[in-house]
Design a protein around this ligand. Structure first.
Ligand SMILES: Nc1ncnc2c1ncn2[C@@H]1O[C@H](COP(=O)(O)OP(=O)(O)OP(=O)(O)O)[C@@H](O)[C@H]1O
Length: 271
């Protein structure tokens, strides 16, 4: 469980607050998505968990322990972190990129490399990829390596900061499905940051819609938010009234088809 307890962050005195008095509990084994437009404080909040940002006031607790009690380096090695631009080491092979943290944590090299090979397959990469360098991979493959690397130390917590933001829409959808599959097997505690509402609704057990200053506009399951947006800001942000979200039913050859506001079929209703 991760707990944000009234955290605030002002980067420079006199500057506007990046995050003001934010509180949230992220339950263990769940995926919580922070969604909001640029500058709403999502990354700042995420980085408080692994102490890459220290709150100006308030606390972040992991399983009831204040993260400030933890050595920052050990803390970071115990938490998986995936960024938009993989942050892979360019002069190390894919296999070494994945095995680095476990080796730093004292795992025997051979063992770490064989675990890295298993992870490579787990995230859907060909074993041949192991000997390549990050620059020789596509953006989507690099992000898969990023996910494998984040999982290598078998962390309980995964922090994901716009991890699929820089890949094309088809690859993005594949990576999202892959994450859903992985999570159904691994049950990590995931905090996922995105500005894409559809991605938030697809991946989040719970979604937190943020406005500027890390203010929570609404939190809940995707269905709760879409069904009852708290205010006009949330309604606009999630596009509750957007034509493509407004589904209707029509009957074609005796089957009931759901179509969106533009008349595009989106699925068949189960009888
Ligand atoms: N290291 C920093 N130094 C100074 N100001 C910062 C720093 N990091 C973030 N900020 C400011 O804090 C505010 C919140 O930024 P943050 O990156 O957390 O937002 P975000 O919602 O993640 O946005 P984005 O989607 O663009 O990454 C912004 O006004 C930003 O300029």
């Amino acid at each position: 469980m991760i707990e944000f307890e009234s955290v605030s962050k002002t980067f420079y005195p006199g500057q506007s607050v990046a995050v003001a008095d934010f509180s949230l509990v992220v339950p263990s084994h769940r995926t919580v998505v922070l969604v909001g437009s640029s500058g709403s404080g999502k990354s700042t909040l995420l980085r408080m968990v692994n102490r890459m940002v220290e709150p100006t006031s308030g606390r972040v607790l992991i399983d009831d322990e204040d993260v400030r009690e933890r050595d920052p380096v050990a803390l970071r090695r115990s938490i998986g972190y995936v960024l938009q631009h993989g942050g892979l080491l360019p002069h190390r092979t894919v296999l070494d990129n994945i095995a680095t943290v476990p080796i730093l944590n004292g795992v025997d090299k051979k063992q770490a490399r064989s675990a890295a090979m298993e992870l490579l397959e787990r995230v859907g990469l060909d074993p041949q990829t192991a000997r390549r360098y990050p620059g020789q991979l596509s953006g989507g493959q690099q992000q898969r390596v990023g996910v494998a690397r984040a999982l290598a130390a078998d962390p309980n917590i995964l922090l994901m900061d716009e991890p699929f933001g820089a890949v094309d829409p088809i690859m993005r959808r594949e990576l999202q499905d892959e994450l859903l599959r992985l999570q159904s097997e691994l049950h990590k505690t995931i905090v996922f940051v995105t500005h894409d509402v559809d991605e938030a609704f697809l991946l989040g057990d719970e979604v937190v819609v943020l406005r500027e200053g890390g203010q929570i506009a609404q939190r809940g399951t995707p269905a709760e938010i879409l069904g009852a947006p708290a205010d006009d800001f949330v309604r606009d942000f999630v596009g509750a009234d957007r034509a493509e979200r407004e589904l209707h039913v029509t009957t074609v050859d005796g089957r009931t088809i759901a179509v969106d506001g533009a008349g595009r079929p989106v699925g068949v209703l189960a009888p």
